[in-house]
Design a protein around this ligand. Structure first.
Ligand SMILES: [Zn+2]
Ligand SMILES: [Zn+2]
Length: 433
């Protein structure tokens, strides 16, 4: 078959069997986050390009290389969101939510877009679940968000999870560290990859993020920020660590975690799935950090904030790799087989009665014969069928056939198909099965 066009590279069609999986994950995160007081927010997929330029820093890879940007018909510079936080913070400030009682806890589930090389678990259109806490600059905030992430991952039955935390200081103490770091890399400039040589001038910290092997080796011996942070930043980090210790949350300190975006300060953290194979990197499934200064960058007031993003595609991959069972696509309880127009009319009425009681049922809408309808009911794995033909219409009685077929014996139960008492009679049999 030659279609006029196919799906865009780096995008996915989520077919029903796959969709169910993300739905399970979303529902789990949602119900757990609700226990912590989070409420949903939805922001537009398109924003003024400026918003992302300001939030990620004009030099970041996301802005310079990966954003889907275009001019609309009025010449405005528009971008598809490359991540969720900037839009949510813009919405908070624009709608004055920061004037309400703090903290403000928001969650969202959104599609994001980045023009990067598609690879396993990484797409140009990807889906992110985000959790943000505004209006609190305490380490208790980090503790709460880490506890929440931890319970989400354990409710999803994931194992071999590693929590890694780091602090990248505040703008003041980071400045001092960046000078030292830059000096360290400058001496080894020719050994760095091309991208990192560029980063050296514009965004030294990001070199620590590089996946390139020789860059990684150089990074291994680089000075660590933890030795350069200021007193308040250090106290903040120590207090978080002491909470985690006392709450028995296992973690490692990884000074290489800097997160991909410029606006983070102080705490950054990642949850990873430990790879069984030493040659394969641990899979990062969610990551977050503090971004206290972003509000001011946007022209808002001082508004401390902490956020977390969960990559849904990666979470599905991780769960599949651990053979965690997902629920299957639902199959109908009952299929009503109708043999002529009058029976179809009654079939519609009975289906309506069942559906109003929350029972999944279907009937034939292709006007097939008895044999093909039976075959179809079997194919869609309907648990029961009811047949309505001329005879059944006359007597207002039919049989409920059990299609689950144990040892080739299909049990049958007499049932009234009179809409007046159908539900009552049906339920008394159905519930006893
Ligand atoms: Zn500091
Ligand atoms: Zn590099």
């Amino acid at each position: 078959m030659k279609l006029i066009t196919n799906r865009i590279r780096g995008t996915r069609d989520l077919l029903p069997e796959e969709y169910v999986k993300t739905q399970v994950i979303i529902n789990t995160i949602k119900s757990e986050a609700e226990l912590y007081g989070f409420n949903f927010i939805r922001t537009p997929v398109i924003e003024h390009t400026e918003l992302f330029e300001r939030s990620t820093g004009e030099t970041s890879d996301i802005v310079t290389k990966e954003m889907y940007s275009f001019q609309d018909k009025s010449g405005r510079n528009i971008s598809l969101r490359p991540e969720g936080t900037a839009g949510v913070l813009r919405a908070v400030l624009e709608n004055g939510l920061h004037n309400n009682t703090m903290p403000l806890k928001l969650m969202y589930h959104s599609s994001c877009y980045r023009y990067e090389k598609p690879q396993s678990g990484r797409y140009r259109e990807f889906f992110q679940f985000g959790l943000e806490i505004f209006g609190s600059d305490t380490p208790e905030t980090e503790t709460e968000l880490i506890l929440l992430s931890n319970s989400i991952l354990s409710r999803l039955n994931l194992s071999n999870i590693i929590l890694e935390i780091n602090t990248i200081g505040c703008p003041e103490c980071r400045k001092k560290y960046l000078e030292i770091l830059k000096k360290y890399f400058e001496d080894k400039k020719h050994e760095l990859c091309e991208t990192c040589q560029e980063r050296l001038e514009k965004n030294t910290l990001r070199i620590l993020d590089c996946k390139n092997k020789s860059c990684k080796e150089i990074c291994d011996n680089s000075p660590e920020i933890i030795n350069y942070i200021c007193e308040p930043c250090s106290e903040h980090f120590e207090k978080l660590k002491s909470y985690l210790n006392n709450l028995n949350i296992n973690y490692n300190i990884n000074s290489r975690i800097v997160r991909g975006l410029d606006y983070y300060s102080r705490t950054v953290f990642e949850f990873k799935i430990k790879s069984q194979d030493n040659n394969i990197n641990n899979l990062v499934i969610c990551g977050g950090g503090r971004y206290d200064k972003l509000s001011e960058i946007f022209g808002g007031p001082n508004l401390p904030a902490l956020g977390l993003g969960i990559g849904l595609e990666r979470l599905v991959l991780a769960m599949e790799s651990q053979d965690i069972l997902f629920p299957e696509v639902q199959t109908p309880e009952i299929f009503i087989i109708c043999l002529d127009n009058n029976s179809r009319l009654l079939g519609f009425k009975l289906c309506d009665i069942l559906r109003k009681s929350g029972i999944f049922c279907e009937l034939d809408i292709l006007n097939r014969n008895l044999k093909s309808q039976l075959k179809y009911a079997d194919k869609i794995k309907s648990k029961y069928v009811i047949i309505i033909g001329e005879e059944e219409l006359k007597t207002k009685k039919s049989k409920l056939k059990d299609m689950r077929n144990n040892n080739n014996i299909n049990k049958e139960y007499e049932i009234s198909i009179d809409p007046e008492n159908f539900l009552e009679k049906f339920m008394s049999i159905y519930l006893s099965l």
